[in-house]
Design a protein around this ligand. Structure first.
Ligand code: SF4
Length: 475
């Protein structure tokens, strides 16, 4: 029996930063709760709503914008379409008026202090990222639902499957790297071609290509915006944006008016090693600075690690031969399948597995994607993913101040560079002689996750988070 059916559009989701598990997931959970009230016919009876945040959602929720995401979700706003520049005024209005328009329909009294509770010392057994919504009705009854944000924006409702996608008969069911290789050998298809066949079980090829095009549009706009925006990141750490300055320094001036013009100019800067290294860092910084600023990003597979895959893809577009719709689709499809294998066999949630589950997985995804696009065999693709994860094993999650900024932003540059190195190593190697398989490293990553102290699982209770003195205002 197959563990889970995961599409490319589950792995890559357009949303708002800074965290897929602490922002996008709780946003979706709040939306689902509000929609559920409507479906049960009780929305107009609701007088009060209380939200209880547990575990990691409580401990790093403020820094990750969990409270903001929940208010927007309860209001019926959608993270794909909500205008990011409306976040601050909308939250201020709810806070100052003490009124919330539940599901965009039912106005209730709401106090962000008394009705949105961070239970720092409580957690629920199923997953560290738990949130309970309680709605109190004017007939004396109450509705209560608990959701778990299990990483990458995926949400599971207690007592439900969490699957909102239609179950289908996939021509190539895949749980492990061995399954994937089996189908590739049997059919002669590339990994991206196997993925396309599976995607066609959900939607037409035209819809699939359009969906990938939308994802890439969001990615390139995010990189471009990040490279052309100055200032400081929100949250109180006073972290300055660096992508703008690095971009300006590398390109000589900053007067380009479109992404395409800008990419053409990047190519003119040459292919020297240091130049490419700087550009890859610049692309990753750009995405994660946007992410830290509540900007529009694509989970890849999470928000904290949202810069790795775009940075490697942008490297491929600017410095290799990746500037075509087909190549971009091939890249994202291959990356997606590797991410799915990690999600099924281990985790993509830092609250479960530390940063190896975020930056490690994104690096493995990017390494595999680049390898297939550069002409590697299916075994070399899997080898590249294995190498990238092998050298992220044990990576802890300890964000300072609970913000997705330090070490997160720079860490994306490291994940991207390691992905390119892993790809190059695999392309220069005979995968038949590899000692470690991708499935072995997935298993090892999961065992490491289970052994990891909870201080290093997105709680900010250990590591850098407690060794760097900071003074953050309560926000
Ligand atoms: S340290 Fe890694 S896993 Fe933790 S929030 Fe930052 S990017 Fe995400």
């Amino acid at each position: 029996m197959q563990r889970e059916q995961i599409s490319v559009f589950d792995m890559f989701k357009i949303g708002i930063g800074p965290s897929s598990s602490h922002t996008l997931g709780p946003w979706r959970a709040a939306q689902q709760f509000a929609e559920g009230l409507e479906q049960q016919g009780v929305l107009l009876l609701v007088e009060q709503v209380k939200i209880l945040l547990y575990g990691s959602l409580a401990k790093t929720g403020r820094g990750h914008g969990t409270d903001i995401a929940i208010l927007l979700g309860l209001s019926g706003d959608d993270p794909v379409t909500f205008e990011v520049d409306q976040i601050v005024p909308k939250i201020a209005a709810i806070t100052n008026t003490h009124k919330l328009l539940l599901a965009g329909t039912q106005e209730i009294d709401f106090s962000v202090v008394d009705d949105l509770l961070f239970l720092f010392n409580e957690s629920l057994p199923f997953h560290p990222n738990a949130v309970t919504f309680q709605a109190f009705l004017n007939n004396g009854q109450a509705v209560s639902d608990t959701f778990y944000s299990i990483g990458g924006g995926f949400v599971v409702k207690e007592g439900g499957s969490g699957q909102t996608k239609q179950e289908v008969d996939l021509p190539f069911p895949i749980d492990t790297a061995a399954d994937l290789l089996h189908w590739c050998i049997k059919t002669g298809l590339k990994i991206s071609e196997v993925v396309m066949e599976n995607e066609l079980a959900w939607r037409t090829e035209q819809e699939t290509r359009q969906g990938v095009s939308n994802i890439f549009k969001a990615i390139k706009e995010c990189i471009y915006r990040g490279c052309h925006t100055t200032g400081q990141l929100p949250g109180g750490l006073n972290v300055a944006r660096r992508a703008f300055k690095l971009n300006s320094k590398l390109i000589g001036n900053n007067s380009y008016t479109s992404y395409e013009e800008w990419v053409a100019a990047i190519r003119q800067t040459g292919d020297g090693f240091k130049n490419i290294l700087d550009w890859v860092s610049c692309f990753a910084l750009a995405v994660n600075e946007e992410n830290a600023s509540f900007g529009r990003v694509v989970t890849a597979p999470t928000n904290g690690a949202a810069g790795v895959i775009p940075a490697v893809l942008q490297y491929y577009i600017a410095f290799c031969d990746g500037d075509s719709d087909q190549k971009i689709l091939q890249f994202l499809f291959t990356a997606s399948e590797i991410g799915s294998i990690f999600k099924k066999g281990a985790t993509i949630s830092a609250a479960m597995g530390g940063c190896q589950a975020e930056i490690g997985v994104s690096s493995a995804m990017a390494a595999a994607a680049l390898t297939e696009c550069m002409g590697g065999t299916q075994r070399q693709v899997l080898m590249a993913a294995e190498i990238a994860m092998e050298h992220h094993l044990g990576l802890t999650c300890d964000p300072i101040g609970g913000l997705v900024q330090i070490p997160c932003i720079e860490r994306n540059t490291m994940g991207a560079i390691k992905a390119i190195t892993a790809s190059q190593l695999a392309l220069q190697s005979n995968p038949e002689k590899a000692k470690v398989s991708l499935d072995a490293v997935v298993k090892t990553m999961w065992q490491t996750a289970l052994d990891m102290n909870s201080k290093y699982k997105e709680t900010s209770d250990g590591g850098l988070a407690i060794n760097i003195p900071i003074s953050l205002p309560e926000c």
